[in-house]
Design a protein. Structure first.
Length: 148
């Protein structure tokens, strides 16, 4: 599974790109297929990712990934086993997807403000994620549903 890293400097110190890269390099064994970084200088937030490309092996599946209008960012490790069904449900609710990755399916329920909680509650899989938006951030470790 992929590796994720991140930190949010609540002391208003700028994020060190070098430190973020060091954190992410320390978990290279978790993702040999690439790495990525997101630094938000306005909020002093940094997200790092080591990629193990399984579902969407194209460049569009790279992380950290922006969702929607660029206001939200995610670094995600895991797999949503029923993401195709969930993506269809979310599409019927008006959400758009631009990759073949399950990462976007994690984002939509997370940023909906509980409007599509039913979708999140029917997800099956394992995940660890860091999701950021302007002036807030949360990290979670979750086992969702049952394995198939």
């Amino acid at each position: 599974m992929c590796g994720i890293a991140g930190f949010w400097n609540l002391n208003y110190e700028p994020v060190s790109q070098a430190m973020l890269e060091c954190f992410t390099d320390a978990i290279t064994h978790r993702g040999p297929d690439g790495n990525g970084f997101y630094v938000d200088a306005d909020t002093n937030l940094g997200l790092g990712h080591r990629r193990l490309a399984i579902l969407d092996t194209s460049d569009s599946g790279k992380q950290p990934m922006s969702y929607g209008d660029g206001r939200y960012w995610i670094t995600f490790n895991g797999e949503i086993y029923n993401f195709l069904e969930l993506r269809d449900e979310l599409k019927s609710l008006g959400y758009q997807f631009f990759t073949e990755s399950d990462t976007e399916v994690v984002m939509a329920p997370s940023i909906s403000g509980g409007k599509i909680a039913s979708c999140a509650s029917t997800a099956c899989g394992l995940l660890r994620s860091g999701i950021a938006r302007k002036n807030s951030c949360f990290f979670r470790v979750t086992a969702l549903g049952s394995s198939r």
